[in-house]
Design a protein around this ligand. Structure first.
Ligand code: AMP
Ligand code: MG
Length: 316
């Protein structure tokens, strides 16, 4: 199956109604979408991605009001976060209604819900009478795609259509907030900074690192991984020839390393800009004839936390 790249929203709608997969641009990363209310369509996502069934999918809906169609109850903290950050890079994990099939949630009684902020997807969701289940449009475990070409490079042959919405503006997956013992907990770091969340609902716990954590099944230690070895936080190049080294840095240029092997994510020290570029930098370096990637530890504030989380997993 040859994948087409285009911007035909009506064609995408037809494919989705027919139970097919469509890759969609969002502000975070590109998603691989299917009708979230149809178990058979959703099953195709797991096949195309080679994704294990224990890893639940996020359901993308058109509006805050629409969330009520799919969840039993919206606690106060979630209502506040929805009012502030939706649409945007935030996913809320809430108790699901029966209309959401078990395959979407890996059998959990909760569902992750998000409202993407991208004009083309907004247009698509407005034309559909079902929400879209969509994980990142890449083979399971590899680097998330932030352009239509990234999706094509890896999923051509497995999906019919990719909507081209340009380069993702946030560039990193959504922040996920769920509930533990009736209190909000950040389950995955992402495109909404914890500090911004805390301003709205007060300080809450960040609990993201355990692969055996039953409430955060998808947070595997080894994820977002390039094929080249990636060393995180230690810029010690001894033992390697300069031609074998790729660099991901925040602001700094490394004098002895060839310039084309260095990705300086934000010379002006803007963590948003760095987050937007991190996955495509990893991907570009992974395509080069080098042996190893060295990535700096970014400042542990704002989106720097999510960048460090992804680099740590990529290095595991
Ligand atoms: P993504 O890989 O961006 O599609 O995000 C999917 C991730 O969202 C999963 O790996 C889980 O960490 C999280 N998630 C989705 N649904 C749930 C849920 N019902 N309970 C807990 N985490 C969830
Ligand atoms: Mg993913």
């Amino acid at each position: 199956m040859q994948a087409t790249i285009g911007s035909d929203i009506l064609y995408a709608k037809q494919l989705l109604i027919a139970g097919e997969l469509v890759a969609i641009p969002t502000e975070t990363v590109y998603g691989l979408a299917a009708n979230a209310l149809d178990a058979e369509s959703v099953a195709n996502i797991f096949i195309a991605k080679d994704r294990p069934h224990f890893d639940p999918l996020i359901v993308h809906v058109k509006s805050v009001e629409a969330i009520n169609d799919y969840v039993i109850d919206i606690p106060q903290w979630a209502e506040k976060l929805a009012a502030e950050f939706m649409p945007g890079p935030l996913t809320l994990v809430l108790k699901k209604k029966d209309c959401i099939p078990d395959i979407v949630t890996s059998g959990f009684a909760t569902v992750g819900i998000r409202i993407p902020k991208h004009p083309l997807i907004h247009e698509l969701l407005a034309k559909l009478d079902f929400p879209l289940a969509a994980p990142s449009a890449n083979p399971f475990g590899y680097i998330s795609p932030t352009s239509a070409q990234h999706v094509y490079d890896q999923l051509n042959g497995k999906i019919p259509y990719i909507i081209d919405g340009g380069v993702c503006s946030v560039g990193i997956e959504s922040t996920i907030v769920g509930e533990v013992d009736e209190k909000p907990v950040i389950l995955r770091l992402g495109g909404t900074a914890p500090e911004d969340i805390w301003k709205i609902i007060g300080k809450c716990e960040v609990r993201t690192n355990s692969s055996s954590n039953p409430i955060n099944p998808g947070s595997l230690e080894h994820h977002y991984a390039p094929k080249h070895k990636l060393v995180f936080g230690e810029m010690n190049f001894s033992g390697y020839d300069v031609n074998e080294i790729g660099i991901i840095s925040f602001q700094k240029e490394y004098a002895d390393i060839p310039k084309e092997q260095q990705y300086i994510l934000s010379p002006s020290a803007d963590l948003r800009e760095a987050a937007q570029k991190i996955f495509s930098a990893m991907r570009s370096l992974d395509g080069m004839d080098i042996k190893i990637i060295f990535a700096e530890h970014f400042p542990d504030v704002g989106l720097g936390r999510a960048i460090n989380d992804r680099l740590k997993r990529a290095s595991a």
